[in-house]
Design a protein around this ligand. Structure first.
Ligand SMILES: Nc1ccn([C@@H]2O[C@H](COP(=O)(O)OP(=O)(O)OP(=O)(O)O)[C@@H](O)[C@H]2O)c(=O)n1
Ligand SMILES: C[C@](O)(CO)[C@H](O)COP(=O)(O)O
Length: 240
């Protein structure tokens, strides 16, 4: 029977956040962002095996934040894709195991989106990724910050995470990208480069990647609203 794996790239420095520590260790609603993300993933996949990519110099991490029974730590790489490749090389996985890659910086991911992504990844040979259709008009800017033209938004999606694939496909895709000295910013790019077409799974717009300082307040509001909705749902179920 195939195993489910979760790779969480968490070896970034959070430069765009400009904080005194890597952003995954900033406090969000009382817990480090990393703890929120791992708790959300464990809630959907309690039996999954976790591979956590951490910087070798990371002295903020605490194992208590990991709710998984089976997990391992691997060294991060110079780029996000290198961190994910390090994880793939460290895993004792079977070719058809499902591997989902999720940014540690996306703590607002929901149970429903996680399960929807898993189902698509398990049933589509080219894998799947959570994504959001572009809803804004897209502009092309020049070096002076001037809008030089409007790009068509037809068929444009914002790629999110998780992104899920069979182990053999994902490993082959990222190894090919590395061999070609191509730096990809998500796993689906590497899989597309092999000629495969991952399934786009429409995801929630609150699956925010915490990147810039003002994202923290937004993420705090999202977490609070999700908790309130969850309480209302639980109360409603008890009343049925
Ligand atoms: N060498 C790297 C770079 C990034 N990441 C992870 O990839 C995810 C998405 O990257 P990003 O949002 O860019 O995080 P940072 O690289 O930390 O941010 P910045 O680019 O602002 O430094 C994050 O969870 C980050 O920890 C990683 O594991 N290894
Ligand atoms: C993987 C990702 O979150 C999909 O949108 C994004 O590509 C990560 O980019 P980053 O520059 O590493 O944050």
């Amino acid at each position: 029977m195939s195993q489910t794996w979760l790779i969480v790239p968490a070896a970034g420095q959070g430069r765009r956040m400009g904080a005194s520590k890597p952003k995954q260790y900033l406090t969000l609603s009382g817990q480090p962002i990393l703890a929120h993300t791992l708790k959300r993933l464990h809630g959907a996949f309690p039996s999954a095996r976790l591979v956590l990519c951490l910087d070798n110099d990371d002295h903020w991490f605490a194992p208590d934040w990991v709710p998984f029974a089976h997990w391992q730590r691997v060294s991060g790489g110079s780029e996000r894709m290198d961190s994910v490749l390090n994880a793939l090389h460290a895993m004792e996985a079977q070719d058809d195991d499902i591997v989902m890659v999720h940014d540690v910086a996306r703590p607002c991911i929901t149970h429903g989106d996680l399960l929807a992504l898993y189902r698509a990844a398990a049933n589509h040979p080219g894998g799947a990724l959570l994504a959001m259709p572009v809803a804004d008009t897209m502009k092309r800017g020049n070096d002076q910050g001037l809008s030089v033209r409007t790009e068509s938004r037809d068929g444009l999606w914002h790629a999110l995470t998780p992104q899920g694939f069979r182990y053999a496909l994902l490993r082959r895709a990222l190894e090919t990208a590395r061999r070609q000295n191509t730096v990809v910013t998500d796993e689906a790019s590497a899989v597309e480069a092999l000629g495969e077409s991952p399934q786009l799974v429409s995801g929630r717009r609150d699956n925010l990647k915490i990147t810039h300082p003002d994202d923290l307040a937004l993420a705090t509001a999202i977490i609070a609203s999700q908790a309130l909705v969850s309480q209302i749902d639980e109360t409603s179920e008890r009343c049925l």
